[in-house]
Write a protein that binds this ligand. Sequence first.
Ligand code: NAD
Length: 323
Amino acid sequence: MKHKILILDRFHETGLKILRNQPNLDITHQVSPELNTNQNYEHDILITRSRTKINSRLLELLPNLKLVISVTSGFDHIDLNAIKAHKLQVEYCPEANADSAAELAWGLLLSTTRNIPQAHTQVTKGLWRNEHLIGRTLKDSTLLIIGFGRIGKRVANFAHAFGLKIIVCDPYVENLPSWADAVTLEEGLKNCDIVSLHVPKTNKTFHLLHADNLSLLSPHAILINTSRGDVVEEKALLHALASKSIRAAGLDVFAKEPLAENSMYFELKNVVLSPHAGAFTEDAYKLGAIQCAEKVLAFLKGEPASHPLPPQTAWVNDLDTLP
Ligand code: NAD
């Protein structure tokens, strides 16, 4: 029997080649992430990225579906209750973009501590250094990492190499490297110079940082968020930045994406913004497509899923759906 695969959104040629080499696969690749709601699709395998919201409405258009693979490490675009109701196997690809996401977080951290985008703009305007560009040296600063998973660990390794002191808030992780210390969220926020967020979006991490605990940060503190916009209460963050109760923020993710034309962030000089670009490298796309193709082949051979959803993690009970 031929399996029919529907691939939505960007998918690297290398992964397509692996799939096209299989004689029993009929592949449709559509660059648009949307399905035509007036059409019924016969496919039994669906491959998507985060621009396709996987919910009951979408699943009803695909009555033969057996397997969904999201080529992403976040999965908050997938309604796990709908997946459960349709008895589907779902996988994600959390290993594929961990390096690129960690590197972007580090890039935002360096850009923010040294005002690199502002310096560039100033130089292109024919201006030279002034006191607005004075940054801070990272060595001996304290970095709080919230969420010590794939990406948080990588960022911690960069920080260790730069000579920072590293403190970690992750109630689900027992073993830390000898050079990192576990802290509670409150202790961490009180004692850090920089905080970087690497948690998934769950019931417990929604607005994990809010007006009250953001006020524990010192006025020279810098916040980096490459996790999910909703992990920080945006109104409170905007207020903290505008009132300079914290020094600056480097942000890749926002409560609503893309940002509105009149976003308050555009009024602020103490932010460095990127367009949810953590996974936006050629290498991450390629690796994601290869890992996804390998998951399809494993599924066809009847092998167990390597990264099933809901995830097999200690924090699974913080999600809306129980396994
Ligand atoms: P991961 O699952 O490997 O690690 C998440 C860590 O967060 C785990 O160690 C977990 O114990 C911890 N955690 C869970 N709940 C927590 C809580 N309440 N308090 C503190 N720690 C908690 O995930 P990852 O691959 O490191 O990715 C982290 C998140 O980064 C993803 O869920 C995704 O939302 C985001 N991400 C963003 C981009 C981007 O383009 N900006 C790219 C990749 C991933």
